[in-house]
Design a protein around this ligand. Structure first.
Ligand SMILES: Cc1cc2nc3c(=O)[nH]c(=O)nc-3n(C[C@H](O)[C@H](O)[C@H](O)COP(=O)(O)OP(=O)(O)OC[C@H]3O[C@@H](n4cnc5c(N)ncnc54)[C@H](O)[C@@H]3O)c2cc1C
Length: 415
């Protein structure tokens, strides 16, 4: 540390670490800001995020609505969003020449359609405010003694700091949190979130590529239920409805080793009773037409054929000739078809770890540890995770900014 200058070390060169470092350096120009990244790549998740386009945030401008998209951490973020919200993210990037656009489903991307725009912006800011970026710097341990931190890197280099922000993302295993537990912090056990459901050998996988704009999926024996687009894949099922369930059920499904059953309602505007009433009319209206060819619900034709087939209805059968038993089976398949799930696949477009630093030990107004003074957290290392749609990056921007602001306010003005 040179002279009276205070030094902040940010651990982690991802979205949260960068956002924190550049804002701290800007808000308090006399603060020496060093950013440590263990790999030789900066902002690597930002680069691949959103299929290479970076889904920066979500066009949601109400805090109560926004927090409903976080299976873990919503209450904590309710406070934090009052300081830095989606509107602030949009403005922050806009002031730096990065315009965002909103897609139909609310996801926001840079108008350039490339994550490189976000990376360039953050690197430009780091350069402008003199953030000292050090790659290949893997922090192994952290100690706080006599109002100063000592950081030890894996190559045995040592660093000192007055303030430390931990922004090293999610770790898959509890053991990887050991150095943070040594500081006295409690860790909510990490489990994956945002994954797709595997259904090995199930006939439904023959329909891979078929998607339904609106289906309802329920996990049996629980009250976990989601509605939305569903995609049939080579391995099983994906799409927003499935990913949402994987996030809300992340802990429960991990406990059961990803062996469970789901019930799909392919026609969520109906239940079995209302669909039965509808069938009476259809049998009358479409009497002479072959049931397999005449799909009255706008379901993808391949899916309709599959549902008819699974109900034991012969190809030649006309609507008028379907037996009561066959009709009941078709209604059940349309409204409550059961599938066995055996395993999961990580969703390659967006993946997060649920779990991390327990939120009760962090002040949501500053991101400061309640256990170690001058220690702060930002991003996915916290026990916060959102569903897909830009919610995870918003957590990174919000927590990174709040930590930066709190540190800048804490540092005495330079003499
Ligand atoms: C493929 C993919 C696509 C995604 N797409 C989206 C999306 O479009 N929208 C969205 O909202 N979310 C998306 N996410 C989730 C989002 O990327 C993360 O939630 C977000 O990047 C978390 O930011 P972070 O800075 O907390 O952690 P990270 O981005 O994981 O960054 C942490 C950094 O810390 C470094 N590090 C770790 N330990 C140490 C150490 N001991 N010393 C030094 N450095 C260390 C790591 O190498 C890493 O570079 C996606 C995730 C994935 C995997």
């Amino acid at each position: 540390m040179s002279g009276n200058k205070k030094r902040l070390v940010v651990i982690g060169g991802g979205a949260a670490g960068f956002f924190c470092a550049v804002n701290a350096a800007r808000l308090h120009p006399s603060l020496e800001v060093t950013l440590l990244e263990k790999t030789s790549k900066l902002l690597s998740k930002v680069r691949v995020s959103g299929g290479g386009r970076c889904n920066v945030t979500h066009s949601c401008f109400s805090i109560p609505d926004m927090v409903r998209h976080y299976p873990r951490g919503g209450n904590f973020l309710k406070k934090a969003f009052h300081q830095f919200f989606t509107t602030d993210t949009i403005q922050w990037y806009s002031e730096r020449g990065v315009k965002l656009k909103t897609e139909e489903d609310g996801r926001m991307f840079p108008v350039t359609n490339t994550s490189q725009t976000i990376i360039d912006c953050l690197l430009r800011e780091a350069n402008k405010y003199g953030v000292d970026i050090r790659m290949n710097s893997d922090v192994k341990s952290l100690k706080y003694e006599q109002e100063a931190f000592t950081l030890e890197l894996s190559d045995l280099r040592m660093l000192t700091a007055d303030y430390v922000v931990i922004a090293c993302g999610g770790f898959a295993k509890l053991a990887q949190f050991g150095w943070l537990q040594q500081l006295g912090h409690t860790i909510a056990e990490p489990v994956p979130s945002l994954f797709t459901f595997n259904m090995p050998g199930n006939a439904i996988t023959q329909l891979m590529g078929v998607s339904v704009p609106d289906a309802q999926v329920k996990i049996t024996g629980s009250n976990l239920l989601a509605k939305g687009p569903l995609l049939i894949t080579h391995w099983g099922m994906s799409g927003p409805a499935v990913l949402r369930l994987s996030a809300w059920g992340a802990r429960q499904l991990a406990t059961g080793n990803y062996q469970f059953a789901i019930i799909v309602n392919w026609l969520p505007d109906y239940n079995e009773n209302t669909l039965r009433e509808q069938f009476q009319q259809l049998r009358f209206d479409l009497a002479a037409q072959k049931i397999v060819n005449r799909n009255p619900f706008n379901l993808p034709q391949r899916l309709w054929q599959y549902l008819v087939e699974q109900s034991g209805i012969q190809e030649e059968k006309r609507w008028a000739d379907v037996s009561a038993k066959e009709q009941n089976k078709l209604i059940a398949n349309c409204c409550a078809q059961e599938f066995k799930v055996q395993g999961k696949t990580t969703f390659k477009e967006e993946f997060v770890t649920a779990g991390g630093i327990q939120l009760a030990e962090v002040d949501a107004n500053t991101m400061q540890s309640k256990i170690v003074p001058h220690l702060y957290f930002a991003g996915e290392i916290l026990d916060i995770d959102g569903i897909t749609g830009g919610f995870n990056f918003q957590n990174a921007w919000t927590s990174g900014f709040i930590a930066a602001k709190a540190i800048a306010a804490d540092v005495k003005p330079a003499i």
